[in-house]
Design a protein around this ligand. Sequence first.
Ligand SMILES: Cc1cc2nc3c(=O)[nH]c(=O)nc-3n(C[C@H](O)[C@H](O)[C@H](O)COP(=O)(O)OP(=O)(O)OC[C@H]3O[C@@H](n4cnc5c(N)ncnc54)[C@H](O)[C@@H]3O)c2cc1C
Ligand code: SF4
Ligand code: SF4
Length: 815
Amino acid sequence: MREKLVIIGNGMAPGRVLDELFDNGVDRYDITIFNAEARVNYDRIMLSPVLSGEKRFEDIIIHDDAWYAAHGITLYKGKPVMAIHRASKTVTAIDGSSVPYDKLLIATGSRPIIPPMPGHDLVGVVSYRDLDDVDAMLAAARRGGRAVVIGGGLLGLEAAAGLKERGMQVTVLHLAATLMERQLDSAAGHLLAQALRQRGIEVVTEANTRAVLGDSHVQAVELHDGRRFDADLVVFAIGIRPNTSLAAAADLDVARGIVVGDDLRTSDADIFAVGECVEHRGQCYGLVAPLYEMARVVASELAGNKAAYAGSQVSTKLKVTGIDVYSAGDFADGEGREEIVLRDAARHTYKRLTLADNRIVGVVLFGDTRDGAWFYQQMREARDVSDTRDTLIFGQHYAGGAALDPTAAVAALPDDAEICGCNGVCKGKIVKAIAGQGLKTLNDVRAHTKASSSCGSCTGLVEQLLKSQLGAAYSVDAVPAMCGCTRLGHDQVRRLILAKELKSIPDVMQSLEWTTSCGCAKCRPALNYYLLAAWPGEYQDDAQSRYINERAHANIQKDGTFSVVPRMWGGMTTPAELRAIADVAERFAIPAVKVTGGQRIDLLGVRKQDLPAVWAELNAAGMVSGHAYGKALRTVKTCVGSDWCRFGTQDSTGLGIRLEKYLWGAWTPHKVKLAVSGCPRNCAEATCKDFGVICVDSGYELHFAGAAGMHLKATEILCNVATEDEVVEYCAATLQLYREQGHYLERMYTWAARVGVATVRDTIVTRADLRAALVARFDKAQHYARHDPWAQRAHGRENGEFRLMARVARPRVSA
Ligand SMILES: Cc1cc2nc3c(=O)[nH]c(=O)nc-3n(C[C@H](O)[C@H](O)[C@H](O)COP(=O)(O)OP(=O)(O)OC[C@H]3O[C@@H](n4cnc5c(N)ncnc54)[C@H](O)[C@@H]3O)c2cc1C
Ligand code: SF4
Ligand code: SF4
């Protein structure tokens, strides 16, 4: 019979205990987890990137619902445990339900401290601990205004930077004379304050808060010396306290935290405790690395093996993009202590090593933190540094006086050298995973060991490890950058445009730290499209960021003239339209008139300066641009269908016209072509289009992701639907999904292959809610897009583009 393991709390520590258990094939428990938070297990240390918009919540989930299901774990979300009954070996949850245990694991984490000062309970006062706090801060940031963060430690500064990114005016009030005084010395604290001020964050030190002021909502914060700071939001980040109330009520030994021995057992041998709620050898921890070391021991004990935890040394890194700070150990001055300091004022770098007995005992790095892990390793090993002391401060590359090959340096590290501080992963584990599981890429290592999956500062080290293990077989799998102006890939840029609410090209370039002043021919058109797609109606299209064809709303041909294609809805035309086209061709001496493959008429050889007049005349006859030049909806090809054809079952022409009138004007990552055939004979060739419809007896067969250009690609079947309305709905949803996920210049079939045809199908066909939301977003965008660019430009707008430049006589040159 399997034993019952009950876990109280579902934070980072028990998540790791379970990973360790399953990794070691332990399968002796029926596991039940109670979590007060109404969500799965996530990477709490990545809340700051969620706050600042660099990540979404989905990106920081450690174990999703499917993981719990796959391991047969019963997870109660939003259901705190209220009592532990040791005599009956049961726990009781808030709804009165009771669950028995053989082994109990308490992992209740910490509570943020909010001192009972006047006004601490006003609306607008929040702490910084979980996703609800982040959501509250984001809601406040959307309203704008001022935020006061009380506490200039790790968390407070991350909150301040995140709120600033979100557009609030931010003040940090800190009690001590310098920021992060427990982790940094005063020089580094000073540099940190300077860097924050340069980012527009007000930093006030020696600020002793007396009260939060306001009637029902916060209005200001008052200091003991009478100074006041206006506030619409107040964030308390002044510290945490182990969450011990349950354990204390159950009469377990509790001091500052729940007291545990080296085996992580509490004063009751069947009850373990792990994580921030624990006190071990008089020490409580507030960072993940120690919790992961504890988790290994708990897992071992739960598996029936003996293990011991001997305490941890910790290092700290600030996760504020662009500000690099690292600290580890104890760097206070003291008897017998020596220090090595390197300052480079121009580069804003500061490094300090504290030595005792020729061993590193403390490290503080500001501005250049690359050697943090290397110093930390030497500190943990208590390595004698007498031989390397002269060049020690210059870091690993110059250890011993000569530049060191970084791969050789990583190869030389011992197996227990910590590589990833966030996730507590050592070199040995990564090497074992690379060899044992045939890992080839950084993503592989992330997936199997979690190394480099949080703050990413160890990515370089992991890559060096891969290189040292695989040699030439190592393939870098970093997401390819959009272009040379940025390190970010298309998806990252699109996500950040939304998350950071970036609404212009200069905004994107500034916020996402473009390395060029104005971008290049690759990124500008892409950004223009991404902004158009993200902010319909709000974003001002930037003509200068479009290719010449889109700027001129006509196709440039090899002799420098243009070709003009008016829209013919569903391939239909009228004598009046044909007459107008003929008139225009004659009046402007257009040399060629051709029927295109997409059932339209192409006027070839139009001079650029004639374009506005040609458009105006075609407009006067009721015709609009066919977007034959655009990364946009182009044609909807049709057959004659049931109106004329003996085989047609539906009105394919009418449906084609309806689709084109609904979809036209939509900008897309690349060109988009549709077709509607009136029966499976498929005369409109719908099975090589981006979206194709084939009328069948039972209704309509929908296809997508085909192409007949440079690459031939038959469509994929999307689904069958019964009505014309559904055709229009499914088509709009598919187009919008492509609009939202496609990389600029990526055809629909390439996009579908990248994200997965089945995923697209699942989103559009099985998820009615997602489909409806996509259609709603498409409708919103179309409200602004369905305007004829010819009409908008024929009379004035951007007219300069089409004015003939002066003719200059060529000077005679005598021989
Ligand atoms: C914003 C932020 C940034 C951070 N950044 C870093 C960093 O950069 N580096 C670093 O090392 N560490 C960082 N930390 C600290 C790190 O996240 C914590 O050390 C770690 O999450 C603690 O893990 P835990 O499992 O002990 O507790 P938690 O992850 O806090 O989980 C405890 C869980 O128990 C639940 N719970 C409490 N009581 C009950 C009950 N009675 N019944 C059921 N459930 C209950 C809580 O709801 C919570 O979900 C950060 C923390 C925060 C908040
Ligand atoms: S596809 Fe069918 S309905 Fe359309 S023209 Fe061809 S045979 Fe006729
Ligand atoms: S198929 Fe090639 S040559 Fe022909 S019109 Fe298109 S781009 Fe030009």
